[in-house]
Write a protein that binds this ligand. Structure first.
Ligand code: AHR
Length: 661
């Protein structure tokens, strides 16, 4: 993918970096517990999300029917097949009998002859199968109408892909010549083994012609929200304790053309009014997870929304641009409408629309990001485009912080100069060794009077850059080796959280089925039935769970953070409770002893806890079949004192939680 060629990449192998000095004496970490060097940003850390790797459709969004409005392919009803036993039937897309203007294509089923007791209908394969679990209630719905001569009911079932076993079934309707919505609940029995070897089927039992549209099947959702999110993935996300959610992308915001940018207005309201749109990662987005659903997703996680607005630049295959000035004005107005939808009172036009959509209370919004990765815009129009959005947003909402998408990792001539952005978004997809080399000093060099930093996308990869085709042959989620690079990077960002106000790993979600992904590495993997966190997921969760509110002054002896450092670290404190969080990363294959000297406290309580993420090999990783091969272990530790020595295991990330008085 040539479009990524500007992303700064450091790809050293660990052996290049790892002329680790083996100090003659045990190195020392001095911790001055009563001196804070910075406040830990309350927005450390969050999540970045976009429709990539089937993150929403076929992922977090609960919908189980793939191609529910028959628009995924203009030529064929992809993901649908005929279910016919003892019948002659056919099915075809019909562009002349749509449900409404937005859903202009339906699926026409024509059933000719039927043997007594036979059935014929349409079957959906789901997203790599329909997940069937015991004693589970599913909500099915569809729109249908029939040609004259047929007014029978429709049988709705979830069954094995060969139709041999029916897990749940119900009959609905008598159809008529008008479009009507039919809904039914299906409950699976108690004694079945979970399987994704299943399909969803709508059949009729006599000859006739029927049109279907917006066929939907939902399993139970998080917080029982209608049109909600998958429970196991939401649990995984909640356990990461994110402080914000950046949406809707990434490249997904920009789209691969101006027409295909994220169409927030058509992602609102009744699903029958949402046409969906072509995503930029090779598949169509249903937009069932639309703007309000993003906001409610953030709300469910107690995370703050960080809203990205389209800024007049679309990316690939050929970039498209709206020049600043009069041409850009409607896009600025659209962004103001979007902000009003998020945070406006119900007496505003878009605040009222939000209330009508079911959420009268405004959402908290502090940060608005203007575009995405606008350094790709070779015409250098971003300064002008940013200024136009910035001025309009500040005029109406002076309290909002505006984020520029061109940070200091990009050449100065690409950055915004005509305004001072409140924050700049920097993206780092680096090898783990690149992080190990750069992290220790990178942010220390930054001008503290410049804009604050949002590290809005970052991830350590092993060996192959994410946009290289070869990465498709590696596991979809990273190994412990990458997680070590992630941890070193997180320690660096935490130490510099006077400068870095927010940070989030990307991408977050990946459907691990063949063909499911466009990118690696990713934080959380899943198929229709199961999910798992990668070692990087656990590293992120460990940092989030042990945040503290201030960064504590530290200095190393024989422990030079930098190119030859075997150990990296960050120390924070919960100042209300006197708890120290000492994070230590051992990137080497050798145990590394470290003496810890804690000053500035009256006492160190002798027992504490250690949370350790490690494994025998740095290449170890997690998968659907071995989901917690690399997972944190919490142990009690004794013998703590103002001076103590601990040996950190090979390839490990450790958080020591120590109570002081
Ligand atoms: O996270 C994947 C992609 O990487 C994002 O869409 C884009 O912003 C970045 O280049």
């Amino acid at each position: 993918m040539g479009r990524y060629s500007f992303i700064l990449c450091v790809s050293l192998s660990l052996t290049q970096v790892a002329a680790y000095s083996q100090p003659a004496q045990t190195p020392v970490l001095h911790i001055q517990a009563d001196e804070a060097t910075a406040a830990v940003s309350p927005l450390f850390s969050g999540m970045m999300t976009e429709e990539i790797n089937h993150a929403y459709d076929g992922g977090l969004y609960g919908e189980l029917i793939q191609n529910r409005v028959f628009k995924d392919d203009a030529a064929r009803p992809v993901h649908w097949s005929l279910a016919q036993e003892g019948a002659t039937a056919s099915m075809a897309l019909d562009d002349t009998n749509g449900l409404n203007e937005n859903l202009g294509t339906s699926l026409r089923l024509e059933v000719g002859s039927l043997a007594p007791g036979a059935r014929a209908g349409i079957a959906n394969e789901g997203y790599w199968g329909i997940p069937v679990k015991p004693r589970t209630v599913y909500h099915a719905s569809f729109y249908a109408k029939a040609a004259a001569g047929f007014d029978g009911p429709v049988t709705v079932s979830i069954e094995t892909t060969n139709g041999a076993t029916v897990f749940a079934s119900a009959e609905v309707g008598r159809l008529s010549g008008d479009w009507r919505k039919y809904s039914v609940t299906l409950k699976t029995p108690r004694k079945i083994a979970p399987t994704a070897d299943a399909r969803f089927v709508l059949t009729i039992g006599s000859a006739g012609t029927v049109w279907f549209d917006l066929v939907s099947l939902f399993p139970p959702t998080w917080h029982d929200r209608p049109n909600g999110n998958r429970v196991d993935l939401m649990r995984e996300l909640a356990e990461m304790r994110p402080r914000f959610l950046r949406f809707p992308g990434g490249n997904f915001l920009e789209g691969d053309s101006i027409t295909n940018r994220f169409p927030w207005k058509q992602t609102l309201g009744d699903l029958a009014e949402r046409p969906g749109h072509p995503g930029c990662w090779g598949y169509r987005a249903s937009d069932g997870l639309g703007l309000l659903e993003f906001l409610e997703w953030a709300e469910d996680l107690k995370a703050e929304p960080v809203l990205a607005v389209y800024a007049g630049y679309s990316l690939a295959p050929k970039s498209e641009l709206i020049q600043p000035g009069a041409d850009l004005a409607p896009y600025v107005a659209d962004a103001l409408d979007e902000i009003e939808y998020v945070m406006g009172d119900t007496n505003t036009k878009w605040g009222a629309r939000r209330a009508a959509d079911g959420h009268p209370a405004p959402f908290k919004l502090t940060y608005v990001e203007i575009g995405n990765e606008d350094w790709f815009d070779g015409t250098r129009s971003y300064d002008g485009r940013f200024a136009q959005f910035f001025d309009a947003i500040k005029a109406k909402y002076p309290q909002l912080q505006c984020i520029s998408t061109v940070g200091n990792e990009q050449p100065a001539e690409k950055r915004v100069h005509s305004r001072k952005p409140d924050v700049v978004d920097e993206h780092y997809y680096w090898s783990e060794a690149g992080f190990a080399q750069e992290a220790p000093s990178r942010f220390e060099k930054y001008d503290r009077n410049g804009p604050k930093i949002f590290v809005g996308e970052w991830a350590a990869y092993e060996d192959v850059v994410p946009w290289d085709e070869k990465s498709q042959h590696l596991p979809p989620t990273p190994s412990l080796k990458a997680a070590l690079g992630d941890a070193v990077w997180m320690a660096a960002m935490e130490r510099n959280s006077d400068l870095i106000v927010m940070q989030c790993y990307a991408p977050m979600l990946v459907n691990v089925n063949p063909g499911g992904r466009q990118w690696r590495p990713n934080l959380i993997g899943y198929d229709a039935l199961r999910c798992f966190g990668s070692p990087s997921y656990y590293a992120n969760a460990m940092f989030n769970a042990n945040r503290g509110d201030v960064v504590v002054r530290t200095s190393g002896e024989g422990l030079n953070q930098g190119k030859t450092a075997a150990l990296d670290y960050s120390v924070t404190k919960d100042s209300a409770h006197g708890i120290l969080y000492i994070k230590v990363v051992n990137v080497t294959g050798e145990p590394q002893p470290l003496r810890l000297e804690v000053a500035g406290v009256k006492r160190v309580i002798s027992h504490g806890t250690a949370v350790v993420l490690t494994s025998a090999e740095e290449t170890d990783t997690n998968s659907l079949s071995d989901p917690v091969k690399v997972a944190p272990v919490t142990e009690k530790i004794e013998g703590l004192a103002p001076s103590f020595t601990r040996t950190f295991p090979p390839y490990s990330i450790t958080v020591l939680k120590i109570q002081t008085k």
